[in-house]
Design a protein around this ligand. Structure first.
Ligand SMILES: Nc1nc2c(ncn2[C@@H]2O[C@H](COP(=O)(O)OP(=O)(O)O)[C@@H](O)[C@H]2O)c(=O)[nH]1
Ligand SMILES: [Mg+2]
Length: 312
């Protein structure tokens, strides 16, 4: 047991922050601790919150956290900020309200940047979730801005995925990407204090009626994070989804998918490190690159050769 492991398991926020920084930096120093704490993971309910910028994801997360805290639950929050190369650099707008929570010892808030990270954020995000889980968080909320692959990847990590929409974007529902529709376990129509909420909910309902092969009706919850309305109902729907997962055995299926994705990330990272490392196949890689530039070799054949070296 490393000293850091013991501190993580006791829920020490400084230790949590330090270990997340280590995994973000892909430091080998994190690995012994990650191994030690792993047996203590798997308890937390992981909630992914995705949707377009400005739809109120951070505000909703804040309000949900308040509701969970009122029940005595410990809450971990991870905000994924694709624009920030720095850890700890939360979007400014989120900060003011989140600051209020950050003085609560039952809440841990972390922003993780994706830009400039080799191989993206995914590996570090799996680790961060495990760290918060081992540190005793009952609920882990992950905010992702709905851009690129992020919102689709979130389903691999989250037990429950919330897709947040807002009224007043006219044909917003129609323009939601198919991928985003499919990942929703619960739809949230936030900013219900603004005009057009009924229409958006109706459009969503109509669209969900058309969707085929559903094993469960996808709930739609209208909320106003601003006026603190619909938050308890949203929490209730999340709890119901969690119960549904457990009863239908989908919980296990989803968790297995998450563990597979996590394993893939680790193996991918190690394999690439092995291939491109100075000490192992770097010379072969450099020679292949030279031959590729001279058109003596194509990249596929080069990959065959390099992988052949590992597999033999
Ligand atoms: N009217 C209204 N504004 C909201 C509501 N929720 C959030 N906002 C505002 O919408 C803006 C974006 O909110 P934020 O939580 O940062 O959205 P995010 O980008 O999805 O995280 C902020 O100015 C919030 O104050 C709501 O329910 N009603
Ligand atoms: Mg936000």
């Amino acid at each position: 047991m490393t000293d850091l492991s013991a501190r993580i398991l006791s829920g020490d926020p400084r230790a949590i922050a330090r270990l997340i920084t280590l995994v973000e930096n892909e430091s080998a120093d994190a690995i012994p601790t990650m191994k030690h704490i792993y047996a203590h993971t798997g308890r937390a309910h992981v909630i992914g919150v995705t949707g377009v910028m400005g739809s109120g994801k951070s505000s909703l997360i804040y309000e949900l956290a308040v509701v969970y805290r009122a029940e005595g639950k410990k809450v971990g929050i991870i905000a994924i900020d694709p624009t920030s190369p720095f850890s700890g650099g939360a979007l400014l707008g989120d900060r003011i309200r989140m600051m209020e929570l950050s003085t609560d010892s039952g809440v841990f808030i972390r922003s993780m940047g994706t830009r400039g990270m080799m191989g993206g954020l995914t590996g570090a995000l799996y680790d961060a979730v495990d760290i918060l889980d081992a540190a005793g968080m009952d609920i882990i909320l992950i905010e992702t801005v709905g851009v690129g692959q992020d919102e689709v990847d979130i389903v691999k990590i989250a037990d429950t995925t919330l897709v947040v929409l807002v009224p007043g974007l006219g044909d917003s529902v129609q323009t939601i990407k198919a991928g985003l529709m499919e990942i929703a376990d619960i739809f949230v129509v936030n900013k219900a204090d603004t005009p057009g909420v009924e229409q958006t909910v109706a459009e969503l309902e109509a669209m969900l009626d058309l969707a085929t092969a559903q094993t469960r009706a996808i709930p739609i919850v209208a909320t106003s994070a601003k006026q603190r309305q619909g938050i308890s109902l949203l929490k209730q729907r999340i709890t119901e989804h969690s119960e549904f997962l457990k009863q239908s055995k989908q919980f296990e299926t989803r968790r297995r998918q998450r563990y597979e994705a996590e394993l893939v990330e680790i193996i991918k990272k190690r394999l690439l490190a092995f291939i491109f490392d100075e000490a192992t196949l770097r010379d072969t890689v450099d020679r292949c690159i030279t031959q590729i530039s001279n058109k003596q070799l194509d990249p596929y054949s080069a990959a065959d050769e390099i992988l052949g070296r590992i597999l033999k």
